[in-house]
Write a protein that binds this ligand. Structure first.
Ligand code: UD1
Ligand code: CA
Length: 455
């Protein structure tokens, strides 16, 4: 009856403009945890074993096309020329459907919190003999959702859109999440029979259930929690999805062995990688592309984007690591230090108030307080190289391109624009002069002046 492990086509309708977002951006390009909604859905589809992906976009949505193709190589993108309803959206991918033998799952592009295990449960329902499986849930507030009409035994009869429902049907609490799975001998035959004689005058994908049953096929319901199927139509729902996502990400980081002292104040991206025995103090933000290896300590109030922190390093408080920052094993980045496109090798230190950009800082080198790597001349970025165990005194400016040799010293307050040989001392500042007794003379002079003025 059912064919084990058939291949899977996932169709993602994403043609809606999302007028309620009040945005110039199509709805599915808004982000949760630093990734677009459609990017989330495609990632989940891939994790759930999709062999083929079809994304349906509206006309003039080249930005959605680029995002879809960038996030899922091999995704086919189809354009739905006018938005005539969810069945019409799925039929925009008819070429993909006709060419496919196996299961078809529909995941809406605005529903980013669904999980791969739930999709697996949908496929289990197909394995058990259902031709159509619908993901249902019991929302806190069912307003606006389609209702799942079932027999007392729980067999699915039909999905009724709210606008078309009788008062008795509206009283049903089990609702349609929008996720449908099909293992039909002739899915195209079902989809093309869907009409638009309903309250909205739209082609409803949900009508596939009644049509399949009329053909003698079976329909089943799989139930999940409301959190997984939150659909995003407005900015407040976007914020609600972010909150749910962050809660999951924090739980996940802790389950993998990280300590979050105040989890509710730590913000992850969809791709943050965090190791074991990492300690994260309060108020830390991880933008996309961050890897934190084992045994790292992150003190309070740090901001990370595109950075890697290697084993045993310490960062913060109040540090900012920007793209290409690579903080080596046991290195220290202290308060008010900014690092961009710079590799700090093992045990290097920049403990206070520094900017390190476009550079290599060798193992165990020390970058003093207030050091600035002057990497930009207004036109181009230049590189600075600091050798192993070099010591850069406080308040120095290293004007790139420049090299500080291994083990060299830079006297504090120096502006260095010529290479410093290994083991040398470089000093660039005017010589200090001493005037013995000057301060006492000055005070006497000033107090006489004051006394005269008071006479
Ligand atoms: C749909 C379901 C409803 C379910 C709800 C869950 C139908 C008829 N109804 O209603 O039963 O409870 O989702 O959130 O399916 N889209 C297109 N082209 C179109 C229309 C829609 O691509 O012509 C896309 C939208 O971009 C969106 C998704 O399909 O990502 C869902 O469409 P939407 O209009 O939001 O459906 P709902 O009215 O919410
Ligand atoms: Ca919706």
């Amino acid at each position: 009856m059912s064919n084990p492990n058939p291949s899977l086509l996932t169709i993602v309708p994403a043609a809606g403009k999302g007028t309620r977002m009040k945005s110039a951006l199509p709805k599915v390009l808004h982000q949760v945890a630093g990734l677009s909604l459609v990017g989330h859905v495609l990632g989940i589809a891939e994790a759930a074993g999709a062999d083929r992906l079809a994304v349906v976009i509206g006309p003039d949505m080249d930005n959605v096309r680029r995002e879809a193709e960038g996030r899922a190589r091999g995704a086919s993108v189809f354009v739905q020329s006018s938005q005539l309803g969810t069945a019409d959206a799925v039929l925009a991918a008819r070429e993909a459907i006709s060419a496919h033998k196996g299961d078809v799952i529909v995941l809406y592009g605005d529903t980013p919190l669904i999980t791969a295990p739930t999709i697996a449960r949908m496929r289990d329902a197909l394995d058990r003999g259902a031709h159509v499986a619908v993901l249902g849930f019991e929302p806190f507030d069912p307003t606006g959702y389609g209702r799942l009409l079932t027999t007392p035994a729980g067999e699915l009869l039909a999905i009724r859109e709210e606008k078309d429902a009788t008062p008795e049907e509206r009283a049903v609490e089990l609702c349609n999440s929008g996720v449908l799975a099909f293992r039909c001998p002739d899915l195209m035959g079902i989809l093309t029979r869907i009409g638009n004689a309903n309250a909205k005058g739209e082609y409803y994908l949900t009508d596939a259930v009644e049509i399949a049953r009329a053909d003698g096929l079976q329909a089943a319901v799989v139930v999940c929690s409301e959190d997984e199927v939150l659909g995003i139509n407005s900015r407040d729902q976007l914020a609600a999805a972010e909150a749910i996502y962050q809660e999951r990400a924090r739980d996940n980081a802790m389950a993998q062995g990280a300590t979050l002292i105040a989890p509710e104040t730590v913000w992850f991206s969809h791709d943050t990688r965090i190791g074991r025995d990492v300690v994260v103090e309060p108020n830390v933000f991880f933008g996309p592309g961050v890897t934190i290896e084992d045994n790292v300590t992150i003190h309070a109030n740090c901001h990370f984007l595109g950075a890697t922190v290697r084993k045993g390093a310490k960062v913060g408080p109040f540090a900012r690591l920007r793209p290409g920052a690579d903080i080596g094993p046991d290195a220290h980045i202290g308060n008010f230090v900014e690092v961009k496109a710079a590799v700090l090798e093992a045990g290097a230190k920049a403990n206070h108030l520094a900017y390190i950009g476009d550079a290599r800082v060798g193992a165990e080198a020390n970058i003093g307080a207030g050091t600035i790597f002057c990497n930009y001349n207004g036109f181009e970025k230049q590189h600075t190289d600091v050798g192993a165990k070099a010591f850069v005194g406080s308040n120095s400016s290293l004007v790139a391109p420049v090299r500080i040799g291994a083990g060299a010293f830079v006297g504090s307050g120096s502006v260095i624009n010529k290479d410093v040989p290994p083991g040398a001392l470089a000093l660039e500042r005017s010589e200090q002069k001493i005037f013995p007794g000057w301060a006492d003379k000055f005070r006497r002079l000033m107090s006489r002046k004051k006394a005269r003025a008071a006479e």
